[in-house]
Design a protein around this ligand. Structure first.
Ligand SMILES: [Zn+2]
Length: 262
């Protein structure tokens, strides 16, 4: 694909032909390098995930755009590291905020599976991909053959199932993204955190394999006597940084919930 640019050291400045990432300065174990704010379009743009309510970041995005008008702000989901700055950024640009969850909207328009957003002649196709959270969306850019994945697929490591998500939904969403990546011949995944993934099918297969592996590990931990989510985390997530264990515990609860319903 023409115009795919992936910097080696930071996701900041990653690009496809019509999408560009401006990294928010909120790095952590959960957010990797920070939140990726994606700017899509040409002379008019859509901004996806303004990021946390960080004035310096929001002003940097606005100043970077110069004369280019922001027509809409879209959210991949409502978690605060993606949506926290949306209201302020709407104030800076006059653009409405569209999201699946009505609580995160500003203006009359929602956003849901099947919607097509048009900016500067460019189409953005909306995919409902619940799982990481109930309100997670992905955005397909046909012109760049690139999929913005929010926190459904990250640029490094794996994502978690949050309290407002669910594993059955998540696995279904990964299957759907994989089928879309194959039939649409996707060339890149543009995640909500971390670097661009230039091998969409490889990345999605890796995610699906990882999920199956974790479920097997949880079954095995239970066979060995682990009962509570915390006991299971200590065994299954032994190789993971301890600061992530509380999030892992939420993920384990989601997996236990899934196994019980099989
Ligand atoms: Zn996030």
């Amino acid at each position: 694909m023409s115009g795919l640019h992936i910097p080696l050291d930071t996701p900041d400045g990653s690009r496809t032909a019509h999408a560009e990432n401006l990294l928010a300065p909120n790095p952590s174990a959960m957010t990797l390098d920070g939140t990726n704010t994606w700017v899509i379009g040409g002379r008019e743009v859509v901004v996806v995930d303004p990021g946390p309510d960080d004035e310096a970041h929001l002003l940097r995005v606005r100043d970077h755009l110069g004369e280019r008008r922001v027509t809409q702000i879209l959210l991949t989901h409502g978690h605060v590291d993606h949506s926290g700055g949306a209201r302020r950024f709407a104030g800076l640009t006059g653009a409405p905020v569209r999201a699946l969850d009505p609580r995160h909207r500003l203006g009359d328009e929602g956003l849901a599976d099947g919607d097509v957003v048009v900016v500067d002649g460019l189409e953005i196709h909306v995919y409902g991909t619940p799982g990481h959270s109930a309100d997670s969306l992905c955005f397909w850019l046909p012109d760049d053959r690139a999929m913005l994945t929010g926190d459904t697929v990250l640029g490094r490591g794996t994502t978690i199932i949050a309290q407002d998500g669910g594993l059955a939904d998540y696995l279904h969403s990964l299957d759907r993204l994989r089928a879309a990546a194959e039939s649409l011949e996707a060339r890149a995944l543009l995640p909500g955190h971390g670097p661009v993934l230039p091998d969409p099918i490889g990345a999605l297969d890796g995610y699906l394999a990882h999920r199956r592996e974790r479920l097997d590990q949880i079954r095995e931990a239970r066979r060995r006597g682990a009962r509570t989510p915390r006991e299971i985390v200590r065994i299954v997530y032994a190789d993971v940084d301890r600061s992530l264990w509380p999030a892992a515990e939420v993920s384990v609860r989601a997996q236990l919930d899934y196994l019980e319903r099989l």
